[in-house]
Design a binder for this molecule. Structure first.
Ligand code: FAD
Length: 456
């Protein structure tokens, strides 16, 4: 009797506990379901779909190398799995835990109908493995990180099974092309392939490349002009590589990797938060923020468009927003600057920004995106103060973003390091580059005033 392997954000064969368990039991039918129904408003965004297409295609190749293949189906997960199990005579399903609220609901629904075995492996530690003295989940990052560190290193990653037994007859698979995951009219992703190699092999190659640079990470990670970070976020989101694998490789590189490893712990932290508060993506974690009077998009619409299209007149913000559009990724420091500018200088609700990121990031991740947006807004459980307002022009200078701006805002490419961060102030603005849509001081004061009023 075959067993089903339900793949989601775990598109790999190594260190895949669900696959290992399934393969030890007999013939395996690996299935990926394109499910836009369970997540509803959180159905995968455009850039992530681009990634998914390539990742699934690579996964099918790797499965074929092992005598297996990937079955593709579309629909609501529980319905598809129930129908497929009936069709092939399976009653048992292996899968990894996923913590997005829609996946947890889907798991519950599947477990009511079939024998669902869930395994760990997408995080360094499953949520709940470390708890506060009072027995609750950690809500603050620093003590959480300290507690996680005590359990590290994670268990060593295990290899992919040498062979995966095929069923006597394969069920029908839909074709990947019929899912139309790649943009066509227009193709807004022509630059993506240059930057990214989705799939397990690409993920591992990225880890290997990063090892040489891991020693510089503590300073390099803040400089958008250089490639100072691992660029593993989408690989980790789609589960092409596990954080345990990354941990072991980086730790054995001989560099002091503590700061990098703590970023991996941020990822675990964010997932714990969405378990505690499943609405993290759509509701303020601190409800006092519900009283903040954001600008109405009917009035602020042109400013929102300027932000999305990289035409705010703030070079560092515009460079970030254009990098996002062109490559599906943005440097972390610039994500913070661009998000802060939207929330505070433009006084636009963080949820609108988070939505735009959801659609445009190849690494769009419900936990990481929601927790980071709320961190910047100040409305998160553990967050920056709303009143601590980032000065984008100072940040740009401090973190040496001149080359980064030249790359993404070609209108300003001829400007010197001294003026490129704030061409307006030096009378050096190119004629085809917009003036600032709001002054720094003006934006700051409006934000502080709105905040004061929300406090009544
Ligand atoms: P590295 O610096 O090399 O870090 C290694 C890994 O650690 C990352 O791949 C990521 O998995 C994890 N990590 C690093 N920083 C964070 C963080 N602050 N929070 C959680 N995990 C982290 N990250 C996403 O994966 N998906 C998102 O949708 C997302 N949205 C964000 C929105 C905003 C407003 C901000 C400020 C940050 C967001 N981040 C998100 C976090 C962070 O910016 C990215 O994980 C990082 O830039 C990815 O690049 P990297 O892989 O080179 O990171």
């Amino acid at each position: 009797k075959p067993v089903l392997l339900w793949l989601r954000q775990d598109l790999r064969l190594s260190d895949q506990a669900a696959l290992t368990a399934a393969a030890s039991e007999g013939p395996v039918i690996p299935v990926y379901i394109l499910d836009d129904e369970s997540p509803r408003q959180w159905a995968m965004g455009g850039a992530a779909r681009w990634w998914l297409h390539h990742s699934l295609s690579r996964l099918d190749e790797s499965l074929r190398d092992k005598g297996s293949r990937l079955i593709l189906r579309r629909g609501k997960s529980v319905d598809v799995l129930a129908a497929l199990a009936k069709e092939v005579g399976a009653s048992r399903i292996h899968a990894l835990h996923h913590y997005e609220p829609w996946w947890r609901n889907a798991e519950k629904a599947v477990a009511r109908l079939l024998d669902l075995c869930l395994h760990d492996g997408g995080l360094l530690l499953p949520p709940g493995a470390v708890r506060t003295g009072a027995g609750g989940m950690y809500r603050i990052y620093t003590p959480f990180a300290r507690a996680v560190m005590e359990h590290m290193p994670p268990p060593p990653p295990h290899p992919a099974p040498a062979h995966i037994e095929a069923p006597t007859q394969w069920p029908k698979s839909e074709s990947l092309e019929s899912w139309a995951l790649l943009p066509t009219k227009p193709d807004w992703a022509p630059g993506f392939a240059k930057d990214w190699t989705p799939g397990e092999k690409g993920a591992r190659a990225n880890v290997a490349n990063f090892l040489d640079e891991a020693g510089d990470y503590p300073t390099a990670r803040n400089l958008p002009s250089i490639e100072g970070t691992s660029r593993l976020s989408a690989h980790l989101h789609f589960g092409e590589v596990t954080p345990a694998y990354v941990w072991h490789r980086v730790e054995s590189s001989g560099h002091d990797a503590t700061i990098f490893l703590k970023e991996l712990i941020w990822r675990d932290y964010a997932h714990v938060q969405i378990c505690e508060l499943p609405t993290y993506g759509s509701a303020n974690a601190r409800t006092d923020f519900d009283r903040l009077n954001w600008r109405d998009l009917r009035e602020a619409g042109p400013d929102f468009t300027a932000w999305k299209t990289g035409r705010t007149g703030y070079p560092i913000v515009d460079a970030g927003m254009r990098q996002l559009w062109m490559t599906g990724w943005m440097h972390n420091r610039v994500r913070m600057i661009a998000a802060s500018f939207l929330i505070k200088h433009l006084l636009i609700d963080w949820r609108h920004g988070a939505r735009w990121f959801w659609d445009t990031l190849v690494d769009a991740d419900y936990a990481n995106n929601s927790v980071n947006w709320q961190w910047v807004a100040g409305s998160g459980v553990d967050a920056n103060l709303f009143t601590r307002i980032m000065a984008p022009l100072t940040q740009s200078d401090k973190f040496d973003a001149a080359d980064y701006i030249r790359e993404w805002v070609p209108e300003l490419a001829d400007l010197s390091d001294a003026v490129i961060h704030d061409p307006d102030a030096h009378g050096a603005r190119a004629s085809n580059y917009p003036a600032k849509i709001i002054g720094h001081r003006e934006g700051r004061e409006r934000a502080l005033e709105a905040y004061r009023r929300s406090k009544g």
